[in-house]
Design a binder for this molecule. Sequence first.
Ligand code: GLN
Length: 280
Amino acid sequence: MNYQEALSKGIKILKSNKIKSFILDSEILLASSLKLDRARLLLNLNNNIKENQKEIFFNFINRRKKNEPIAYILGFKEFWKNNFKINKSVLIPRPDTEILVDQVLKEIKKNERKQILDIGTGSGCIILSVLKERKNSIGYGIDISKKAINLAKNNAKIQHISNRIKFLHSNIDNYYFGKYDLIVSNPPYIKLSDINVLDKDIKFFEPNLALNGGIDGFSKIRKVIKKSSILVKKKGKLILEIGFNQEINTKKILKTNGFYINRIVKDFSGINRCIVSTKL
Ligand code: GLN
């Protein structure tokens, strides 16, 4: 069997299982099984596939056909300027979340030494991306999931920033440590009743803990804002990711907790996705 034949077979399996991006996914999974990049795979379609590579590839295809996301199959996801190790205990980093990183960087000058807290850090993708760009700043990441914290620590090690970051396994309710110049968070904000209508890739594979925003979608947003108003320094910033249609309510909660709204930033589909605010 050559690469082309393996690829066609993979494509056929994914297509018949209604996986939308069946061609691209097959190419990515085959390239990874062969330890090649996609371009090199496509230039060498007549090469023969080895037995062990074939086994790896069809094992990947069998996982993907049951809707397992590519990022979990490969065990990593690209975010901002780096690859992050990913597993099923954390949310897969989203391109829209890069907007948060961008907004945080706008608030901290290159050489400034700021204390930054990331609430619900997951893989650590936000805080680690920020620290890579702001070499004098110090980061703290907390998460209610112990497995997420272990993974985030691992990502810090891989990216050589363990000395400027502390990851702590903690519920936000029990966290009273320190005062921060800036707090960033991408909290779980999906309404409980909306979780069922998410793509299978998401609802069957990504951790409920990372998605579930309670009955009205705001239970974690509320918690994060309330606690941030205690943890942030006066004139410090809170930068939050929010979901579709959550802008008005979030602004209200922010104002009630003593925050001034600086700006709302839209995501790539034009949805209000990020709120930058300042503690008065
Ligand atoms: N901070 C992580 C991210 O943005 C995890 C967020 C979450 O689990 N809700 O990807």
